[in-house]
Design a binder for this molecule. Sequence first.
Ligand code: AMP
Length: 283
Amino acid sequence: MRTLGTLAEAAAFRKSAPSPVVLVPTMGALHQGHAALVRAARQHAGQHGTVVVSVFVNPTQFGPNEDFSRYPRTLDADLEICRTHGTDAVFAPNVSEMYPPGESTFVEETQLSRGLCGAVRPGHFRGVCTVVAKLLLITRPDAAIFGEKDYQQLAVIRRMTRDLFLGIEIIGHPTVREADGLAMSSRNRYLSAGERASATGFAAALQSAQAANETSAQKIIAVASEAIARDTGCAPEYLAIVDEETLQPLEHIDRPAVLAAAVQIGNTRLIDNVRLMPPHGKV
Ligand code: AMP
């Protein structure tokens, strides 16, 4: 497995990389959710294709009061996980490589990024789109894999890729969960034991709302928000039911939808989502 730090190294690697090339963009602090994406990339690339994982904590997607400086950085352990799960190269640039002094260009998606996390994290998706566009242009993959855990991000990246004619297949991967249902996240390592129990309650609340077999969005949201209040002691930052493609709010589950939520547990912000399918049942 190669470790690439500069654009020049990435370009040289790309020149002789066998197709198809599949990219898994990450911010590091890798866990089994990321590992599942890497295995899916390996499967998609086949034995003879190329799997590239990027590890970059992107400053432009963090707000001024968010956790950029304390975000966990565990490159040695990340390299080990990448190696174990079949990665050919890890691209781990530093900030000045990705954002050279004097640069003034950003990429902004203006519809899907408005609601949900976009409404409470101004500039977040502009930072995400900018860094992902850069990573796609540097590594020029045939396909890139993103987790459904960050559902809005996946939708925004799909739209950006389509709108900019990048010609790269965007593959969504189902959310990988701990045995108790909590969605795996690099931020889970911030949680104290008590907070970890609340985080489990958050995931369980969404799952109980999913299982409610309701078609009224208002009723499902009421079930989820009561369960979140009871089991975490927190009010959600947002809790919404949206169309799975347009991310527009729905009143009735008359088409495939997503129940998406964010909650602040202590100093840790967690997001999660579940699918809702008409007329009944789970996906
Ligand atoms: P991050 O390092 O948190 O930016 O995540 C990198 C990629 O891994 C994104 O596409 C995430 O959606 C995905 N990811 C993170 N956690 C999970 C999870 N629990 N299940 C599936 N994908 C995940």
